[in-house]
Every structure is written in C-alpha cells, then in structure tokens.
Design a protein around this ligand. Structure first.
Ligand code: FE
Ligand code: FE
Ligand code: ZN
Length: 479
C-alpha cells in the first residue's frame, strides 16, 4: 500500500514536470513550480530526484505511464501486429503532444552515457513487459512468425522506435513523428508477420492534381492512403505542363517518403484509339506517347487507358484500330506498364469482355508492356457476377487472360444493376454490388498485394472515411 502510494507521488511529480517542460520550456521551469503543480513537498521531491536534471531521465516513466494506460484499454481481440502498430502510434502521439524535441534529444543523448534502472533498455519496464506479452500472444495465435523469440521481437521494436525518435530529433521535429511512423513501422516490422497476413493493403483513391503533384502526395497521405490514381493530363481537354527536372526529383523523393505503392496514371477519357477517324486516333496515339514519356520520367509505374469505342464500325475493326494505335505509340523501351481497363460495355465500348482485351494484347508487338486493370463496377455492369461468384469470375479472367496480367483494381460499387452495360459508380456499399462483395474482392487471396483504387463519387474527406472503414473491416475479418 505504502509502495503504491509513493509510486503515485512520483508519477504525479513526473507528469507535472513534463507538462511544465512542454508548456514553458525546461530551462524556464523551477523545482518550486513543479512542486506547486504536482502538490507535493520538497521532501518527497528530493526523495526521488536529486534535482531538476535527474527528472530528464524520468521520460521513460512518462512512457511507461502511457503504456499502463494502454495495457488496460487495448482491445484484446485486435491482431497482435496491429497492436504493435497501435502502441507505437499512441506513444508517438503522446510524444508529439507532450515532449519537446530538444528534451527528447537530451534524453536520447544522455542515455548513451548513463546506466541504471531508469535506463530505456531496462527489461523490467512496463514497455518491455507489454511488448513481450503481445509478441508471445501473436506467435501463439499465429499472427506473428514463430521466429525470432518474443524478447527479440520486443528488442527490435524498441530499436525501430528509437531510430524513428532519433531521426525526428535530428530533423528538429520538422515533420509529424506519428504520421511518419504510421507508414514506416509496418514496413520495418512487416517481416515479423506470418505469411499470408504479411502484405499490407495498398489502397488509394483518384486524386486531383490541380495543386501540383507535391500537394497530391500530401493529400494522399492525408486521407490515409498508400497509393493514388491521377490523371496523366487534364481529363477532358488536352492540356498538360511538363514538369521541370527539379519537380521530377521532388516528386520521386516525396512519394518515397510517403511510402506510396505503385502509382496509377489514368489517360484522358476523351481519347479513342478505336476510332476510324484518323484525327481522333492520331490524338489518342499522341496522348499515349506524350503521357507515357512524362509519367516514365516521374517514375510512375502504371498507366491505364480505356481501350476505346468502335462507334459503329464493329468490335473487330475497332480492336484492329486499337492494336495499330498501340503499335504506333509504344516503342517497347517504356518502363511504365500500360493497363487496359475492363469496361462496362456502354454504347460501342470495347473491353467489356475479357476476350476482347486478350485479342488486343495478343495483337500488339510489345505485349509484355500491356497489363489489365479490373474495374469492379464495370465488370459487374458488363455481366461478370462478382457478387454471387467472385471465384468464378477470377477463374474466367485467369483462363482467358491469366491473373498474372492483373496489375490494379478499381474498387467501385455500381449504381446500375448487374449486366446493365451502364457505367455509374457508387460509393462502397451504396450500390448494387454492396460492401460485402467488395470486401471479398479486397481480401481475395488471388488479389492479395495488388493496389486498389477508389473511384467512388466522394471528395477527399469522404475517401478518407471510406478507406478507414474498409481497412478496419478487412482487418477484422478472421481468415
Ligand atoms: Fe477508367
Ligand atoms: Fe475505372
Ligand atoms: Zn467507370
């Protein structure tokens, strides 16, 4: 009882001191002010601490206090890997809100030369006990690999956290520690995950490039996405601006820092490779040449286009035009992969049948440059029943095209009914496909690891919520 009471007193001092350090600065805070703020006496203060300086190394106790709170509040049913990520997010959130960068830097550097029970590496800290417990439980439940031992997992985790804190200090806290860690920790810890649970869901939405690509990447991170789709140029007009080499370099850097998965550029809707009109098809070839070159310079991995509409000359002649156009536009030296999108078949659209996409790919001189983007709204409207028979549709795709050609998925619900050949996207769960069927797409083992792009009629805030909800539901499903 006495021990508990004294631990509480000490905790009161520690938390009052760190609040003052944060609000006013370390140098500006006096011991008397700490005493007043914590309602403790000089006697008890000096019982625990030699002076203000020795409070600096009490930061680990502040952390442990946070961990004790988390230990009580964490949902025991949460996946162990997610628990580790969650703990890190909560701790770093607290650091950003309550610890000044200069003091964190002082603590980290003082730890290089001090030893003792307040040391960060002390195995008896709540921190290590909690990490050990989660690692052990994760291995028992098969959520984490059986190797290495739980103690080693805890050690690695702590090591990564220190590395992130160190970098944040060395950059003077000029970025969000929590947001950076949200992307970095899953990558650093990913190897600990059991096979099958390992791959992080790559998900993004169609984003505006109106404010420049740097803003687009920032907006993408802001909506909790780890990839994005953009238009390769103004979707309706023909306008674009060549990025400077400075902008190119900048884009490559920021997308790396945002840990974006494969980025998808979408060709403008107005082009039509299938057209019999020379002017129309020439424009389409020009767009492909220019945009592919520009996207290649930016290091963008994927370029998706609608095959085209035959506008009355028949599917066969349309397909021939598409093949001729692609052959004229593609040299084979491109780095980007060009994706043909599965279409709903509205009007005279080509590409509503897998066989048509297959015929196009087989006809071109550089089939190795061509992949497929599957749009869930379009295939459903085209008459592939992904609601009742997703396995069957994927088997059909595999038989006709080969699933290895599938490089991206457009995840959309459909406002229009099955086989309607009408193309109207709906928000996930707000259409004829429904949330359950689209969740089944997201977690289908044969689609595992592909990037998923939302083209649902929502703004960034709406996509943020949609992504959050889908991630949560995918995670909560026990496989
Ligand atoms: Fe499209
Ligand atoms: Fe699409
Ligand atoms: Zn569409």
């Amino acid at each position: 009882m006495q021990k508990e009471k004294s631990a509480a007193t000490k905790r009161k001092i520690v938390s009052a001191a760190w609040k003052l350090f944060y609000d006013r600065g370390y140098d500006e805070t006096t011991v008397d002010e700490i005493l007043a703020a914590s309602h403790t006496s000089k006697g008890s203060f000096y019982h625990y601490f030699e002076g203000k300086d020795s409070l600096l190394s009490s930061l680990s106790e502040l952390f442990d206090e946070k961990y004790e709170e988390l230990m009580r509040s964490i949902d025991p049913g949460m996946d162990s890997f997610d628990k580790l990520i969650y703990l890190n997010q909560e701790l770093f959130d607290m650091i950003e809100k309550r610890v000044r960068v200069d003091l964190l830097a002082r603590l980290l550097s003082s730890q290089l030369i001090t030893r003792g029970e307040r040391h960060l590496l002390d195995e008896n800290r709540t921190y290590y006990r909690l990490l050990n417990r989660i690692a052990k439980e994760g291995q028992e439940r098969g959520e984490l690999k059986g190797e290495p031992a739980p103690e080693e997992i805890a050690r690695l985790y702590a090591l990564y956290e220190r590395a992130l804190m160190y970098d944040w200090c060395i950059c003077y806290g000029n970025y969000s520690l929590r947001e950076y860690a949200a992307r970095a920790m899953p990558l650093m810890l990913g190897e600990l995950r059991s096979e099958g649970k390992k791959q992080a869901l790559i998900m993004g939405a169609h984003m505006s490039i109106a404010g420049g690509l740097a803003k687009t990447v920032a907006d993408t991170a802001g909506i909790g996405a780890n990839t994005m789709q953009i238009f390769s140029r103004n979707p309706r007009g023909s306008g674009y601006r060549d990025p400077s080499s400075e902008e190119e370099k900048n884009f490559r850097r920021i997308r790396r820092e945002a840990f974006l998965g494969p980025v998808l550029a979408h060709a403008p809707y107005t082009m039509n490779l299938a057209s019999a009109q020379e002017k129309v098809s020439e424009f389409a070839r020009l767009v492909i040449r220019e945009d592919v070159a520009r996207m290649d310079r930016l290091g963008i991995e994927l370029f998706v286009l609608h095959p085209g509409s035959h506008t009355g000359i028949g599917a066969e002649a349309g397909i021939e035009n598409i093949i001729r156009g692609l052959n004229q536009a593609i040299t084979g030296d491109e780095r980007i992969t060009i994706l043909l999108e599965t279409m709903s078949g509205k009007g005279t659209e080509i590409g509503a049948r897998f066989e048509e996409l297959k015929a196009i790919r087989d006809g071109v001189e550089h089939p190795e440059k061509i992949g497929i983007c599957l749009d869930t709204c379009h295939v459903f409207a085209a008459g592939y029943d992904i609601v009742k028979d997703l396995d069957g549709v994927l088997a059909e795709f595999d038989r006709v095209l080969g699933l290895e050609l599938l490089k991206a998925v457009h995840l959309n619900d459909s406002l229009m009914p099955f086989a309607s050949h009408k193309d109207r996207h709906a928000v996930i769960g707000g259409g004829e496909i429904g949330e359950e069927a689209l969740l089944a797409v997201l977690r289908h083992p044969r689609l595992c690891g592909l990037p998923f792009f939302l083209e649902t009629p929502l703004d960034d805030a709406g996509h943020r919520e949609e992504i959050r909800r889908l991630r949560e539901k995918v995670r909560s499903i026990k496989s």
